[in-house]
Design a protein around this ligand. Sequence first.
Ligand code: G3P
Length: 212
Amino acid sequence: MKIFLDTAELDEIKKYIELIDGVTTNPTLVMKSERNFEQVCKDIIKKVKGPVSVETVSESEEMMIKEAIEFAKWGKNVVVKIPMTHEGLKAVKELSKKGVKTNVTLVFSANQALLAAKAGATYVSPFVGRLDDQGMDGMQLVAEILDIFENYEFPTEVIVASVRSPEHVKAAALLGAHIATVPPQIMEKLFKHSRTDEGMRKFMEDWEKVSK
Ligand code: G3P
């Protein structure tokens, strides 16, 4: 499973650069970075070898396509994030004809994912955490989407998004999701285990007692 970092913080990206396969951003994450949109996106695109998702903020098909074509000029690894709307799907269809990679975001149902794949989306992003927040099972949606894509051999890859815990990452891998996009604070937790820390402390203590 590929791991993307879900952030627009360049320092966090640099911290995990050797371990990640790509980056996803959204308007909220860019806002939190407190940096200029174009500048921060260009910095990330330059730093990361793998796919970098940059999100459109228009509502009409025409404007989304215009934004997407501009973003695609920023680097070969740009993936244009398009919201799961009727206008968005029309834009995805056109962009796929033009060879622009897309990530259909804000996916909350299997039918939305099916339509996005049929429109030619490179990726779909089901938001598992936000579904869990509503008392639903986000990972069940991921399982359904993976089944549908397998049934029809869609090349569209599933990015498990809105990841809130290491459990989400493990569940994504067990289901065979292509990608999980992980916020930095969860990335940190993937490394950590109290027994690892305890074991390390003991080895270091004993090492001090070894004659060298
Ligand atoms: O990048 C999209 C997604 O991961 C957002 O997550 O935590 O705002 O639901 P969250």
